[in-house]
Design a protein around this ligand. Structure first.
Ligand SMILES: *Cc1c(COP(=O)(O)O)cnc(C)c1O
Length: 443
């Protein structure tokens, strides 16, 4: 392949060659490097509405949406104008500002179990802080997480952590002390009996953390009654329940998965959408619980850029727009249209796929299905996915470069955009079905 690409070397390839000398793997977050699908990642120059455009001028219909935040679409005019205006007033104060109060009000109004919230700068920071809070108030050490769920890259959480880790085939990360990993117990998702067993065997459990709809092994919804059972078990055993809604918050419903399934956690973590595309995270719960956080209480947590006025601005514009609940009906129908079309296209090409979807979060697994947990997700045909991914890229559709990620539909994905995607998929499935050439280079 490399001989052919010498002559046609494009700007993305040039930049990637420079980047690998400067940054580990050429990227600042692993899955961007395309290792799950092979080939060279596209460097993106700009984005608008439902599309992104690379440095070679190729435009793609985008289903990554920056991994979830871009629910309004890219470069939303109101967000851009808000940011321009806010920037003229200064980009960081390290002191309280009015926007933080307004965003806190917006979150507390929307998310049923949150009465008080603390802003941080990433989802990782949110989950790390939520765990500290749970350990601090219970006086217990152990944490339960589910196989294939990802909660950011905190030490305690890089155990059977789905997508990025799974795609790279790293079972656990070096650099996580065994003493810390020992405090993390894992159980299969959607399996009540296993969780019961964990509680029978361990008394020292501070918290159970869960993606209430998993996005990070691909989209895997909770089975009927599963979240209620998890709630019941944690309460009965004196452990706190953490819903990691960094992805699902304001995505599967305005009030997140807890609203959709009517199950209330003790602590909720947020990120992604609440920052409207700027760096952000948050964690919240009852006033009683949150008053344990410094300076109201003894559990320490801080952040130089927390409550950053630009992040708060983009978040506020986004959350205020999402007050219009008809938006969720639109996202539902657009994503149903997409998934029905993709299913039909795969079936017509004689390729076995199963699509999981909750609202505008979805994954098409190259797998006979059903996909209900990490074991079943892991049976997916990664090679076929990689071929499909590249065929779609060639057709101008940018999917997440891993089988184990959720796709996202935004408000900018009109029916025309969806239909164009389905048409591209019909062609892509044909290429995959016919064993055409594939750009897997294994680097
Ligand atoms: C993205 C994500 C995180 C991590 O958020 P970052 O902002 O990348 O640190 C944590 N939990 C879930 C469920 C996520 O999807």
């Amino acid at each position: 392949m490399s001989s052919a690409s010498e002559t046609t070397r494009d700007r993305s390839e040039e930049l990637f060659a420079r980047a690998v000398e400067l940054m580990p793997g050429g990227v600042n977050s692993p899955v961007r490097a395309f290792r799950g699908v092979g080939g060279t990642p596209r460097f993106i120059r700009s984005a608008s509405g439902a599309t992104i455009t690379d440095v070679d001028g190729r435009t793609y219909i985008d289903y990554v949406g920056s991994w979830g935040p871009m629910i309004l679409g890219h470069a939303d005019p109101e967000i851009v104008a808000g940011l321009q205006e806010a920037a003229t007033r200064g980009t960081s104060f390290g002191a309280p500002n009015e926007l933080e109060v307004e965003l806190a009000e917006e979150i507390i109004d929307a998310v049923p179990s949150i009465e008080m919230v603390r802003m941080v700068s990433s989802g990782t920071e949110a989950t790390m802080s939520a765990i500290r809070l749970a350990r601090g108030v219970t006086g217990r050490s152990k944490l339960v997480k589910f196989e294939g769920c990802y909660h950011g890259h905190g030490d305690s959480l890089l155990v059977k952590a789905g997508s990025g880790v799974a795609t790279l085939g790293l079972p656990d990360s070096p650099g996580v002390p065994a003493a810390l990993a020992e405090n993390t117990l894992t159980a299969p998702f959607n399996d009540v009996a296993s969780l019961e067993q964990v509680f029978q065997q361990h008394a020292d459990i501070a918290a159970v953390i869960i993606e209430p709809v998993v996005g990070n092994m691909g989209c895997v919804p909770p089975a009927e009654g599963y979240l209620k059972a998890v709630r019941e078990l944690t309460s009965r055993n004196g452990a706190l329940l953490i819903f990691d809604e960094v992805m699902t918050g304001f995505r599967v419903a305005r009030g997140g998965a807890q609203e959709l399934y009517s199950v209330m956690p003790d602590i909720t973590t947020l990120g992604k959408i609440i920052g409207g595309g700027l760096p952000v995270g948050a964690y919240g719960g009852s006033r009683e619980l949150m008053r344990n956080i410094a300076p109201a209480g003894p559990i320490y947590q801080a952040g130089t850029l927390s409550g950053n006025p630009l992040s708060m601005t983009a978040g506020l514009v986004t959350l205020r727009r999402l007050r219009d609940l008809s938006i969720y009906d639109r996202l539902e129908s657009a994503t149903a249209r997409l998934c029905d079309g993709l299913s039909a296209a795969a079936a017509d090409a004689g390729i076995k796929t199963v699509i999981n979807r909750v609202g505008s979060m979805w994954t098409s697994f190259f797998n006979p299905g059903p996909v209900i947990d990490w074991t079943s997700a892991n049976r997916s045909d990664r090679k076929l996915f990689g071929e499909f991914f590249h065929a779609m890229l060639g057709q101008g559709v940018y999917l997440a470069p891993s089988q184990f990620e959720a796709g996202f539909v935004s408000l900018a994905h009109t029916d025309e955009v969806i239909d164009q995607t389905i048409k591209s998929a019909r062609d892509a499935f044909k290429i995959v079905g016919s064993e055409g050439p594939k750009p897997l280079d294994g680097n």
